[in-house]
Design a protein around this ligand. Structure first.
Ligand code: ARG
Length: 467
């Protein structure tokens, strides 16, 4: 038929070859989430079993129907896990894929499962359960990373290295102390993980579409069965809240930022110019053309993953910022951001843990660098205050002249003679040389949290008791 043909032709032109069957195909493609939310299958089934059990307990469905439902859901679980389950994009998402299969397996009883719930509270539940489990995995991964740093810190509590500000040599510190700075950072990340778990520990199921339900459900029962501290208190908030995902992404961004700073230090330290560490072969690569090279690829990739993790946080904040209460389909865009970040973060923490464990610390190189750049100048100034009674500002000035003299002679402060130093200030005695070495410098920094090896050992012990 001429008319029919021209219509087909015009719709093809309009929608393009890819969407040969017209607007329906485009709708299916934009609407479906099964491609990524199939990851939630185990949580979806667990939630449905808890819901059906509660419905039967409350007399809302029969015990017989509940048994059929639970049996059917367990069958589906093994079908999915064995790879036998056929996901259909036409059925949109994981919830409808599972429900449709349940109907095929057990018949009309399947239709009773969705009593007193909606996909809105169902997806909020599934996703929360998934994020909660991911947070628990992150907590373990961070604990392993902290343990790796504690071991290296203990091993190198006495290893002197330059401490930097502006990436300029500032004062000598120990490598153990530097490692413990990362323990503090990842320790804070881990407490953010724990807080996020606490914040999200409420069960959404039973909020239904947004208003709750007239069926006599028991939300405390489902909450308990699913391992939550209790049910959420406002059904409107429950189906429109994605704070748990945002908190996951915020925590992931901050953690990734810490990992990225560490990655940057590893990149710098492993250059031949610094030479503070040697990465193991396992976490570096060679160059296909330059045989001398050993590249810190794993560290560079950790540094780069931070970009996509930060991007996911901004993406979801942007999705959420204009949404009126309660549920809108926009919120379906929450999952890919979280899944992608979770995968990147897990990998980044694991790679960093391996690198920290395996890297060789070149103590000789660290020590040589620690003494250069007049890193004990502050020790000289402090000595003048303590032993010669100078005001700090004057001591700073005298020290500046000593540095200038050493610079002029092309030597370190500790290499100046007593006569040289006395020519700058008459009260300087032989004893000053006790503080001009890097070892003496770090040993003297005994303030709480300072770099003195004994102080660092105390901090290591504090963390060991908490890791
Ligand atoms: N696939 C949806 C999502 O991920 C499930 C909830 C759908 N709810 C709805 N009212 N259409 O958000």
């Amino acid at each position: 038929m001429a008319d029919g043909n021209s219509e087909t032709k015009s719709s093809n032109q309009m929608w393009g070859g890819r969407f040969a069957s017209g607007p329906d195909a485009i709708m299916e493609e934009i609407n479906a989430s099964i491609g990524f939310d199939k990851k939630l299958y185990a949580q979806d089934i667990r939630g449905s079993i808890a819901h059906a059990t509660m419905l039967a307990h409350q007399g809302i469905i029969s015990a017989d129907d509940k048994d059929k439902i639970v049996h059917g859901l367990n069958t589906i679980l093994s079908e999915i896990e064995s790879g036998a389950f056929e996901f259909s994009r036409r059925l949109e998402d994981i919830h409808m894929n599972i429900e449709a299969r349940l109907a095929t397996l057990i018949g009309p009883a399947a239709g009773r499962l969705h009593t007193a719930r909606s996909r809105n509270d169902q997806v909020a539940l599934d996703f929360r359960l998934w994020v909660k489990e991911e947070l628990q995995r992150t907590e373990k991964a961070l604990t392993a990373l902290i343990a790796a740093f504690l071991d290296r810190a203990e091993e190198h509590a006495d290893t002197v290295m330059p401490g930097f500000t502006h990436l300029q040599t500032a004062q000598p510190v120990t490598f153990g102390h530097h490692c413990m700075a990362y323990v503090e950072m990842f320790g804070r990340d881990r407490s953010r993980v724990r807080h996020a778990i606490e914040h999200m520990d409420e069960s959404p199921i039973g909020a239904a579409a947004l208003a709750g339900t007239g069926f006599p459900i028991d939300r405390h029962m489902t909450a308990k069965a699913l391992g939550f501290a209790g049910p959420t208190r406002n059904s409107i908030d429950t189906v429109s809240d994605r704070d748990f995902a945002l908190e996951f992404l915020s925590m992931a961004s901050i953690t990734a930022t810490h990992l990225s700073r560490l990655a940057e230090e590893i990149v710098i330290w492993s250059t031949p110019q610094f030479g503070f560490i040697r990465l193991s072969d396992a976490f570096s690569t060679g160059s296909s053309i330059m045989p001398q090279k050993k590249n810190p690829d794993a560290a560079e990739l950790v540094r780069a993953k931070t970009g996509r993790i930060n991007g996911s946080l901004i993406a979801l904040l942007t999705v959420m910022k204009g949404l009126p209460l309660a549920y809108s389909k926009d919120m379906q865009e929450d999952k890919e951001q979280v899944f992608d970040s979770a995968e990147s973060l897990e990998l980044a923490i694991a790679a960093m843990t391996g690198m920290v464990r395996d890297m060789t610390i070149r103590s000789d190189r660290m020590k040589a660098a620690a003494g250069s750049g007049y890193s004990t100048a502050t020790d000289l100034a402090d000595w003048l205050v303590r032993e010669a009674g100078l005001p700090f500002r004057d001591a700073h000035h005298v020290t500046g002249r000593a540095v200038a003299l050493a610079e002029q002679k092309g030597c370190d402060l500790a290499d100046l003679s007593l006569a040289d130093l006395q020519s700058i200030h008459a009260d300087i005695t032989e004893k000053v040389f006790d503080v001009l070495t890097v070892e003496a410098s770090v040993a003297s920094r005994t303030s709480f949290g300072g770099t003195a090896p004994n102080e660092v050992r105390k901090q290591i012990a504090w963390w060991r008791a908490r890791n």
